[in-house]
Ligand binder design. Structure first.
Ligand code: ADP
Length: 585
């Protein structure tokens, strides 16, 4: 018998090294940075990643389509001020998710899409791998940043970088590409643990320069008709108390953008929402707080705006300034810090909105509110948008903790005006792109992140983009009531195909007789059909009390609704809409 070699002796004496792999390192890095929920759709190569995340205590919410998972992650980021995480498979799954990631970037919501991808060497030589695609290159134009992890030991760095990029400065969407081979790579656990890190101060405060603050104060002091516009950046900033203090101590009237509704309650005496046109047309100094002068604000142009208005803009992103109008006083910084600096450097009582201006707006508001009350009083049959939405409003008033998700054309425009909000960040809608398809994803995120009830007011067309997620809602037993404004069409349901020889419905026609309420019953949820506002009230009251998934299909007059809602002017004018003549045989 020969004596054992030195090598053999070492192998028998040392305990085998503990190993880890890419999957574990991804989950460990996410947990170390407080990611507690992942929204995704599984498949090759990320199925085990989702399983492992769940096993390690990260909540995994599995969707039916990646766009909806991505929209949920984006909404989670907006609501929590922490990056929402979406998980997608290679190529097609990645591309589906990219719509949501681009939308998150446009809306300034912090989100990270982590996607598995195919073998690098096959992709780069275009050898035709399963779901082959250069995903990093595809994502670049649509996101705040895109990164790829190419070695298992870089996973911790990649996740830290993605999370910080999404959340710091102006928030946005970040793409993180992790090839299958990296997920499957094995390394020593002790060495692997050393590659992970927890972010320190992931979203640092950004203080404005004192001279910039003084410049803004001087302009505000000289204003005769000052106006504040609160945007969803102000809601996102979670500087609610500072904002209230600034508005109330100065007496300046304010207009909330749709997702800033509720930042101060919509019935606040300084809200000029119900005198919006007059406020925009006459304001001589406009202070934008977390709102951009994009199409939603007519680019700050006359005739909607006073052409002599001076703009003050509070924004964390310096590139935003001067994008549409010259900004007389840029205030670059985070909203909390900017408002703090303003209050510290303003002499008490120096910024006050003149009484005449406040009274002028209050008088116009009173007139407009009275007109709206008249319209809301009418209860015609068949049911109109107004009647159904007033019923929704009244029930939500009883449950102010309810989140409202809203998309559609007329369903969006009318609900925005009819349903007032009283709590910050409780309204989620089509946002900066005016996009359709966010409905069920946003609703799921709101329910998952808050545990509170959610009402999703959906146009019948808008609902179609994410309707299959009713199964997800039922599978996770979420307290979401989907309310569909069913007028049987995109915009309205009475459009016709002018070709008499042709039975096809018109391009804007959907099925008026569709029973969306039966869809949710297929998954075990509760469906209601409502033909009157009273039935909407009864159904919504019961559904919210049940705390479970429900859907109310509201039968709306097919002739109700206008083409493109409030933004018909954005249709190109080549052929007058509605004046198209059929081709002759
Ligand atoms: P809305 O559509 O409601 O008008 P926008 O999305 O156009 O709002 O504007 C939001 C703005 O808020 C963006 O320009 C973004 O850079 C800014 N923003 C986001 N978070 C903060 C923050 N914490 N502090 C300052 N500005 C912010």
């Amino acid at each position: 018998m020969t004596a054992p070699s030195a090598q053999e002796t070492a192998a028998t004496v040392d305990a085998p090294a503990e190993l880890t792999d890419g999957y574990h390192l991804v989950v460990d890095a996410l947990k170390m940075n407080d990611v507690d929920t992942i929204y995704g759709v599984v498949g090759i190569p990320i199925t085990d990643l989702a399983r492992l995340a769940q096993a390690q205590g990260i909540r995994y919410i599995g969707f039916r389509h990646e766009s909806n998972a991505g929209h949920a992650a984006a909404a989670a980021g907006y609501l929590t001020k922490r990056p929402g995480v979406a998980l997608t498979v290679s190529a097609p799954g990645f591309l589906n998710g990219l719509v949501a990631l681009a939308n998150a970037t446009t809306n300034c919501f912090p989100m990270v899409q982590i996607s598995g991808s195919s073998e690098r060497h096959l992709v780069d030589l275009k050898q035709g791998d399963y779901e082959e695609m250069d995903q990093l290159a595809a994502a670049q134009p649509f996101v705040k940043a895109a990164y790829r992890v190419s070695r298992v030991e870089d996973i911790g760095r990649g996740i830290a970088r993605a999370l910080r990029t999404a959340i710091s400065g102006r928030p946005g969407g970040v793409y993180l590409d992790i090839p299958a081979a990296v997920l499957g790579s094995i390394m020593d656990k002790e060495e692997g643990d050393k590659t992970l890190s927890r972010l320190v101060d992931p979203s640092p405060r950004q203080l404005p320069a004192p001279e910039a603050v003084d410049r803004a104060i001087e302009i505000l002091e000289g204003a005769q008709r000052p106006l504040v516009v609160l945007g969803k950046g102000a809601a996102y900033a979670q500087a609610d108390e500072r904002i209230r203090e600034f508005i109330e101590s100065t007496g300046i009237p304010y207009v909330p953008m749709s997702m800033a509704k509720g930042l101060l309650p919509d019935n606040h005496p300084q809200s000029a929402a119900t005198a919006r046109s007059l406020a925009l047309k006459k304001a001589d100094v406009v202070m934008l707080i977390g709102a951009r002068l994009n199409w939603l604000l007519n680019h700050g142009e006359a005739p909607q705006w006073n052409p002599d208005a001076k703009f003050i803009q509070v924004d964390i992103e310096p590139k935003e300034l001067d994008s549409n109008q010259p900004i007389a006083a840029p205030l670059v910084g985070d909203i909390e810090s900017v408002l703090e600096a303003l209050s510290e450097r303003t002499k008490p009582g120096r910024i006050t909105a003149p009484t005449a201006w406040r009274e002028e707006l209050a008088a116009r508001s009173k007139q407009n509110v009275a007109k709206m009350a008249e319209r809301l009083k009418a209860d015609p049959h068949p049911m109109q948008f107004m009647g159904a939405l007033k019923a929704v409003r009244d029930v939500i008033h009883e449950h102010p903790e309810t989140y409202l998700v809203n998309e559609g054309a007329n369903a969006l425009d009318i609900a925005r005006n009819v349903i007032d909000m009283h709590v910050p960040r409780h309204r989620l809608d089509s946002g900066t792109w005016g996009v359709m398809g966010i409905g069920m994803g946003y609703a799921i995120a709101a329910a998952v992140e808050s545990g509170e009830p959610v009402v999703a007011v959906e146009g019948d067309s808008a609902f179609g983009f994410s309707g299959m997620e009713l199964e997800t809602i039922c599978r996770y037993k979420l307290p979401i009531v989907t309310v569909i404004m069913n007028n049987g069409g995109v915009y309205r349901g009475d459009d016709i195909n002018p070709l008499e020889s042709d039975d096809d419905p018109s391009p804007t026609t959907l099925m008026l007789q569709a029973r969306h309420d039966l869809m949710i019953e297929a998954f075990g949820g509760k469906g209601y059909r409502a033909t009157t506002p009273a039935e909407v009230t009864a159904a919504l009251t019961e559904a919210l009390a049940s705390g479970g998934p429900a859907l109310i299909d509201c039968a709306i007059d097919p002739s109700a609704g206008t083409e493109s809602g409030h933004i018909a002017h954005l249709n190109p004018k080549g052929i007058t809409v509605g004046n198209i003549t059929p081709a002759k045989k």
